[in-house]
Design a protein around this ligand. Structure first.
Ligand code: ASP
Ligand code: MG
Length: 405
């Protein structure tokens, strides 16, 4: 029997009525002949509540106990979903991460999946049982519950789909697909019918919050087609697939934005071999994720180095740089938390020139000043003052004709 993985996010299992609604979707697929493995998140808000409890008890908490607490939200919804399916006459059982087992490394709180042994689940499939798996959780080598990082049940679902060799992984959520940009910013944003893995990966990592970035990485690596669709309507969603399966695409597929950015400039850094390593080595060690980097050319032995980090990492980044100041050697540190990043993404950029130019012209027309620019093969990102972010998104959305079908 062909296997379908169906993942339901927190808003799709927010209460018993939502769980029933989700279970009806599962039943429909079962009735259509699929062998189904459901993956559930915790009820919306539940993981935040559990994280709060942990923080109230312990400031520098033991990450293994954090995982024991926060993984419980998914335990509840997996059991409730299995029960609801049983009530509807669909034979089903719940699976916790350790029961599958879904094995992870030992970075508790942000664990990575190492292996999924599907033997037991496949045997239960043969007995006619559908599976309901607790997302977000697994078991580490020392036999402790481990969680995959916030939003991790997307990753659970895709990894399970890959391990089970599922035909597809449907991600049910509270929006009906992936949009050309955030519809709250640009009401003319359109739902994208098909998007390539690589584009989705860039959009997710540039701030589009529909899918956890790691889940898209996995889907791309194992070529698991995804469908992002709504739990609350029957409208077709967005298919995330291999680029070969996309017949016609625009040069730019989507515009992403992120307001969670901060910019740090080190002034008068000495221009010598090893200076970048002296800056970014300690940041990497401190777990700070550096995004955009610009270093200017110097003609007098000194130069400025500018880079961006997420707002979350900002304090740690500044403290790390201050500590490493003697090693690096710089005059001043200028921090700017009033920035946002806007990116245009599209595989069409590989074969079309002029995208950056069109982007800069559209921003200039609106009087938006560009502070930093970075590019990849299929993406151009600019850093702008935060209050211009939404204006920039709208300007780019229309400049690349994303509002017209
Ligand atoms: N419940 C977890 C979270 O809120 C995992 C997930 O929903 O994907 O982060
Ligand atoms: Mg989620």
């Amino acid at each position: 029997m062909a296997i379908l993985v169906m993942k339901f996010g927190g808003t799709s299992v927010a209460d018993l009525a939502c769980i029933r609604n989700a279970a009806e979707k599962v039943k429909r697929e079962v009735d259509a002949g699929w062998q189904v493995a459901v993956v559930v998140s915790a009820m919306s808000g539940e993981t935040n509540r559990l994280v709060g409890l942990v923080r109230d008890v312990s400031k520098l908490y033991d990450a293994r106990e954090y995982d024991a607490v926060v993984a419980s939200g998914e335990q509840v919804t997996s059991g409730l979903m299995a029960l609801t399916l049983q009530e509807m006459g669909v034979p089903a059982r719940s699976w916790q991460g350790w029961q599958i087992p879904l094995k992870t490394d030992s970075s508790h709180g942000a664990a990575r999946i190492e292996d999924i042994d599907t033997t037991a689940m496949l045997a239960k499939f043969d007995e006619g049982l559908h599976a309901v798996c607790a997302g977000f959780q697994g078991v580490s080598a020392d036999n402790r519950i481990a969680t995959l990082g916030r939003g991790g049940s997307d990753t659970s679902a895709v990894a399970l789909a890959a391990a089970l060799k599922a035909e597809r992984c449907d991600i049910y959520t509270d929006v009906d697909g992936v949009y050309t940009t955030d519809p709250r910013v640009e009401p003319d944003a359109r739902k994208i019918e098909r998007i390539a893995f690589e584009e989705m990966l860039e959009l997710a990592s540039q701030g589009a919050k529909v899918l956890q970035t790691r889940s898209v990485e996995l889907a791309m690596r194992y070529k698991v087609p995804l469908q992002v669709r709504s739990s609350f309507s029957d409208a077709p969603g967005t298919i995330v697939c291999d680029e070969e399966e996309i017949v016609e695409s625009k040069v730019v597929t989507g515009v992403a934005s992120s307001r969670e950015e901060a910019k740090i400039t080190l002034q008068d850094v000495s221009d010598r071999p090893g200076v970048a390593a002296a800056i970014f080595g300690p940041l990497a060690k401190a777990g700070v994720n550096v995004d955009m980097i610009v270093q200017n050319i110097s003609d007098h032995g000194r130069t400025d180095m500018t880079f961006t980090v997420t707002l979350d990492d900002f304090d740690r980044a500044v403290a790390t740089i201050e500590t490493a100041k003697a090693d690096i050697g710089f005059e001043g540190l200028v921090a700017d938390r009033d920035v946002a990043k806007v990116s245009v993404v599209g595989i069409g950029m590989r074969s079309h020139t002029g995208v950056a130019q069109r982007m800069f012209a559209a921003l200039a027309e609106e009087g938006v000043n560009i502070q930093v620019i970075t590019t990849s093969e299929i993406k151009v990102s600019v850093l702008v003052q935060r209050r211009y972010m939404e204006l920039a998104v709208r300007a780019l959305h229309s400049a690349f004709e994303l509002d017209s079908a």
